[in-house]
Design a protein around this ligand. Structure first.
Ligand code: PFF
Length: 444
């Protein structure tokens, strides 16, 4: 049997896992989710969920991956069998669903990179920027071309294998993105009127919180941390036995959350300074940021750099999504990495077409009252990921608990005390809370 490929170093793994987590979820989705859910209260609920349920499920996925050295479905088969591989199967389904619309939005970032250099973003008038964005995403051809370019890039990286492709890209990107965010925040918070945006994000108003707010925060936590569909199982499967995965899980959660909060501190002050609507939805980042750039010296340069980094951040995430699918077809179905990457990439591209068109000619074609784009988002982020997380917790807490404990014990066999707290979280608290939030969110 061929030796399974491993990450080059501990830092390489942390950066690749953080690369998976940090992406459009943080910079595109988080600000508009917070914006349409009241700001500060959403942020607090989000943080509470991330550091309890999110962190526990992150560690659970990494442990499943390392113990089994298998893909999302194969891992459950190897460790227990029975009906458990269905959890992985749901994950693979979620990967198809998420990547199909994720790639469409990532295509928008590439298009905005091009617009930045060709002078298409020079206005700071909300009406002009909003109309330009709506006009662009409603197109029949151009957004699809960018969607195709992004999918091709994703396929190319996955094809190249985990070490050379995924690990190398993440090492350069993460620090660069961080620095650029800090520079941009410096500009955004000093705009006249930005203070209202800071207050909106930092002073919680619980009067508007409903169960739907909590369920949005939960689904955002899973989406942003790349949890519930086996991405971290798959990445964990390439980990060597020596690594301290609890530390790695902590770092990934911390970095991901830091980037989301930074994105909030960038976008929301700008939203208020320019008089945009914080509840504007998925266009928020794309409409607000060009207005910030237009107010900066070398604005076009910063705009280009920002959308470039966002596109790369999206790429290190999309790669982890496609890897969930490809690892399964390579491990368990005997396809070569090359064939699996290309075929699955093509299928996902096709599935993304109606998502893209639902911003234009398919606007009025709705399913349960949602456009195709919103349906894909709803099914994956609000249903599949939390349900996946629920069963992953139960699996680690009740089915492989002994092995998981042992895996996390240090070399001298000592089990750290926090493992018992994690045990309570994965056995009881996470599954119960997820189930409760899911059901209440659906009812409300
Ligand atoms: N976490 C990614 C983001 O925030 O953009 C998206 C994502 C990646 C979701 C991998 C799920 C996943 F398994």
């Amino acid at each position: 049997m061929i030796q399974r490929e491993h990450w080059g170093s501990r830092l390489g793994f942390i950066l690749a896992a953080a690369g998976s987590a940090v992406g459009l979820g943080n910079i595109w989705k988080f600000p508009y989710m917070a914006g349409s859910n009241g700001g500060g209260a959403f942020l607090l609920i989000y943080l509470a969920l991330v550091f309890t349920i999110g962190l526990s499920v992150m560690l659970a996925e990494m442990v499943i991956g390392r113990l089994s050295e298998k893909n999302a479905i194969g891992a459950f088969k190897k460790l227990k069998g029975g009906a458990w591989p269905l959890v992985g199967l749901c994950g693979v389904g979620a990967a198809f669903t998420i990547l199909s619309f994720y790639s469409v939005v990532a295509g928008w970032t590439i298009a905005y990179m091009v617009k930045a250099v060709t002078g298409g973003l020079s206005s700071s008038d909300p009406a002009v920027l909003g109309a330009a964005f709506d006009g662009f995403i409603a197109g029949n051809i151009s957004p699809l071309v960018y969607h195709a370019i992004f999918m091709a890039l994703t396929v190319f990286v996955v094809l190249s294998g985990i070490g050379s492709g995924i690990e190398r890209a993440s090492k350069i990107l993460m620090p660069a993105l961080f620095v650029l965010l800090l520079i941009l925040i410096g500009r955004a918070v000093t705009l006249p009127g930005a203070g209202k945006g800071l207050a909106f994000l930092l002073q919680p108003d619980f009067s508007k919180v409903t169960w739907n707010t909590v369920s949005d925060a939960l689904s955002q936590a899973f989406f942003s941390l790349s949890l519930g569909m086996g991405a971290m199982i798959t990445y964990g499967s390439y980990l060597s036995k020596k690594e301290n995965i609890a530390g790695a899980a902590g770092w990934v959660v911390l970095l991901d959350t830091a980037v989301a909060v930074l994105a909030g501190l960038l976008i929301l002050p700008a939203v208020f300074a320019f008089g945009f609507d914080p509840g504007a939805g998925p266009g928020l980042t794309f409409i607000t940021l060009p207005a910030v750039f237009a107010q900066m010296p070398f604005g076009e340069f910063f705009a280009f750099l920002f959308f470039l980094l966002l596109a790369i951040a999206a790429l290190t995430s999309s790669v982890s999504i496609l890897e969930v699918v490809v690892a399964y077809f390579v491990d368990d179905r005997g396809l070569s990495r090359k064939v699996a990457s290309i075929i699955m990439g093509l299928i996902i591209f096709v599935l993304g077409i109606p998502s893209s068109l639902s911003n234009g000619i398919m606007k009025d074609t709705t399913f349960f009252g949602m456009t195709f784009f919103n349906l894909m988002d709803f099914v994956s982020a609000k249903l599949l990921l939390p349900i996946g997380g629920l069963f992953i917790s139960l699996f680690v807490g009740w089915v492989i608990w002994g092995a998981a404990r042992e895996d996390l014990a240090s070399h001298n066999g000592k089990v750290p005390a926090w493992i018992n707290i994690w045990g309570i979280l994965v056995k009881f608290i996470a599954p119960a809370a997820i189930a409760f939030i899911l059901i209440s969110g659906l009812i409300s």
